[in-house]
Design a protein around this ligand. Structure first.
Ligand SMILES: [Zn+2]
Length: 406
């Protein structure tokens, strides 16, 4: 029996802040119900919303204490503002349906939507909620993966991390789906994506052959899904099949190809890199050499200033520069269009400390987009901000676990 005293109740001020940050509207996706309004008489108002606990107020409550102290569980970071119906729904069956990272993602998305409304920015917010695989190569099906604000896809080589990125991107670009078509087995790739734009939308995709993809939007057949989600993808450059080395290219070409962005746009984005509080890269600049080549110089926090991108930075440092440029692109894109950053390259050289810093950078409130990161090596250094999805086995199983257990 839990006594009243041992519940980590929110102080009144935390409840009010939680409500105000949500504009007194329910933060559950696709609900958005007003939770305050007129009362019985002219002089009264009634508030029906609830500051719900993300991690539980008690040790044995829904989602548990998540390793957080009593005081931390009374804080604003642990509160999500919901209508009464959804506050009760997230706690059903001890909260199994709604993980803490899912609720944190809902809260972030709702607050971002409110921020945009308040600031008069007409752009929509959007979010990829989940992918359900009915038929798929590599994976043991059916399988379902829910996404957080930052999701780390964690697994061995060939466990399906890149495949998932390809399939998600296939929501709006069939080009990345068609390589997965098996001519002998039409329909061998079939999945459903639930996304919020901010209303809940269901997109079913069935790949029949290299030039035949069927889309169903909310159950209705559609020639394509006019969804507004934009993917920004950072990927490893593959050497040609005749060589194990990449062809020589200038720094600008290297950036352009890794980001799949025109060199002119890379140049336009360079001055914006390093302007964030959390940035550790600055001073990105071009140097035109007499032989006609273009070099990119940068200052990376913790190294000597003014290093050349391809020649002088370590692999880890170069990856961090690439992530920051990709994040600038995604952040700018997210001003108008819901955006997902796919960091679909093996950050093999990242140790836990760097990985934690990258996750922390991408989890901050000032980052308005969702990120999916591939990770090969083990561990996240006990980081609790990312949703960690582990893929393993010869026919891949999916498990979702708290990162602290890795
Ligand atoms: Zn609601």
């Amino acid at each position: 029996m839990t006594s009243k005293k041992s519940r980590a109740e929110f102080p009144a001020a935390v409840k009010v802040t939680s409500a105000k940050r949500a504009a007194y509207r329910c933060g559950f996706p696709d609900c958005d119900r007003a939770t305050t309004g007129p009362g019985a008489s002219g002089g009264q108002s009634v508030t029906t919303g609830i500051a719900a606990h993300i991690y539980s107020a008690t040790d044995d409550g829904p989602r548990g204490p998540g390793g957080f102290s009593f005081n931390e569980r009374q804080g604003i970071d642990n509160a999500i503002w919901l209508c009464a119906e959804h506050a009760s729904r997230i706690d059903k069956n001890n909260g199994v349906e709604f993980s803490a990272s899912t609720l944190q993602a809902y809260k972030r998305m709702h607050e971002e939507k409110i921020r945009r409304e308040r600031d008069g920015i007409g752009a929509k917010t959007g979010w990829i909620h989940s992918i359900s695989l009915d038929q798929a190569p590599i994976f043991r099906t059916p399988a379902e993966i829910e996404f957080g604000k930052v999701t780390v896809l964690h697994g061995d080589n060939d466990s399906g991390k890149t495949a998932l990125c390809d399939w998600l991107q296939g929501m709006s670009d069939p080009g990345t789906l068609c390589d997965w078509a098996d001519p002998k087995r039409p329909g061998s790739l079939s999945f459903e994506v639930i996304y919020l734009d901010p209303l809940k939308q269901k997109l079913r995709v069935r790949v029949q052959s290299r030039d035949e993809v069927e889309y169903f939007v909310n159950g209705e057949p559609a020639p394509f899904d006019p969804n507004p989600i934009r993917f920004v993808r950072l990927r490893d450059l593959q050497p040609s099949r005749f060589s194990d080395r990449l062809p020589p290219m200038t720094d600008l070409e290297f950036l352009s190809r890794t980001l799949s962005v025109n060199p002119a746009l890379v140049r336009n984005m360079m001055p914006l890199v390093g302007t964030q509080r959390t940035s550790t890269v600055a001073g990105l600049r071009l140097d035109y050499r007499q032989d006609g080549s273009i070099r990119v110089w940068t200052d990376v926090h913790g190294t000597s200033p003014g290093l050349s991108l391809q020649d002088q930075l370590s692999n880890t440092e170069r990856c961090r520069v690439l992530i920051e440029i990709a994040a600038v692109f995604a952040r700018y894109s997210a001003k108008r269009v819901p955006t997902v950053l796919l960091l679909d390259w093996a950050a093999k050289s990242f140790d836990n400390r760097w990985m934690s810093r990258v996750v922390e950078f991408l989890s901050t409130e000032e980052i308005p987009f969702q990120t999916i990161i591939e990770r090969v090596t083990n561990g996240l250094g006990g980081h609790s901000m990312a949703r960690v999805v582990t893929l393993y086995g010869s026919k891949t199983d999916v498990t979702v676990g708290p990162s602290s257990s890795l």
